[in-house]
Ligand binder design. Sequence first.
Ligand code: F6P
Length: 455
Amino acid sequence: MTQADQGGRNARPLPQDLAIDTLGRCLLPSPVTRHLGERGVKFVGEADKVLLDDSISSLTQTVPDTASLPAFELAGPRDKIFFDPRTLRCGIVTCGGLAPGLNNVIRGIVLELWAGYGVRHIVGFRYGYEGLIARLGHQPMMLTPESVASINHEGGTVLGTSRGSQDAGEMVDNLEANGIGILFVLGGDGSMHGALTLSAEIARRGLRIGIIGVPKTIDNDVPFIDRSFGFVSAYSAAVDVIHSARIEAVAARNGIGLVKLMGRHSGFLACQAALASTEADLVLIPEIPVLLEGNNGVFACIERVLARKGHVVIVVAEGAAQDLIVDPDAAPGRVGSRDKSGNAKLKDIGVFLRDRILAYFEKVGRETTVKYIDPSYAIRSIPACPSDSVYCWNMARNAVHAGLAGNTAMLIGRWHGHFVHVPIALATSRTRSVDPDGDLWMSVIEATGQPREFA
Ligand code: F6P
């Protein structure tokens, strides 16, 4: 009998063991609402609880119909596997923009395949999905524990990458010709759409080729994954840049430091970097409409911070305030130009803001200095930080376990702190963005003191 069974020191806590003592009833209205603006804040109620143990297997003991509860499959090794490792051939491809940790994931997949399962044939397809198109002539790289041993010390990807989709039929022809049983796709939202199309073509042909996604983006906007790999490295690197911007701003009279960070549709990177730095006074993200003029517009906010501190630090996500920038080439109703992934090409909010702030100060007849820093690619190309390094290794291991078990059309997600299997169809059917009423944005407002909305 274990100690837990005996109700000993490590026994499973009972509901009453989790109750928090209070000093008495709460009768006073919270002032937090005032601070966070008229819309108020989502208060936490008594029913808002987090399950002690959130696995279905443990709930089965208390909840009668657990099968009907929505639940992800937990990632990890299975006792029975689908593929024979002695004959299995695996491929890895990296697609889309860079993210710190790509090389760590490649390395992790190779090591787990090789040492964990004994797979001896692993190839890396070059330059994203292009590498799967035979007529383009990119020769795949053979990957071994020796060849990947120290690639994690460099940023980028040893396989190369590219944006854009390729013909699914041609890609599957190539996978068949190379006898590939599992393809690991490291990529963001666009690449996962590509992976889904690939899986559909494989299914249509009745082939036994698994497609396992490992979501990658410093924007951290893939759904059902609370933290994409490289995100922590990226925002940590951004902290140093924000600090430099502040040093520059402090050194000038009415100094303004302006930092633009990546984040096409979502401001996770800008928010988290601003919070980690503790030095940002104003954060602008795509999810929150931006106004320059007005009592609570950006100019008024800058004036208030200048009056209080003598300098201002602004962090802006690249996708913020796109509606404010007039594109001289855009005819009414015309769809703007797009990159190879189909993303609308963004107008430069950093340069726009810098110029508009300078013009505003000239108009009001006051001197200012704006130091604008755009560290986007410098941040994206660094090696993974220690925390991401561990994370990438665990993502890679779980991707291999999932692949060997014969799973397909899925990616490794992270839900409530667990690595889980997420159908790619589900992950690509929605987007993840900063909730204007959620805790992250509230946290930014409280840290910066900026208004909840610009008006
Ligand atoms: O991977 C997403 C992202 O980081 C976006 O934030 C950014 O707009 C994009 O990559 C830019 O990448 P590239 O210049 O390589 O197309």
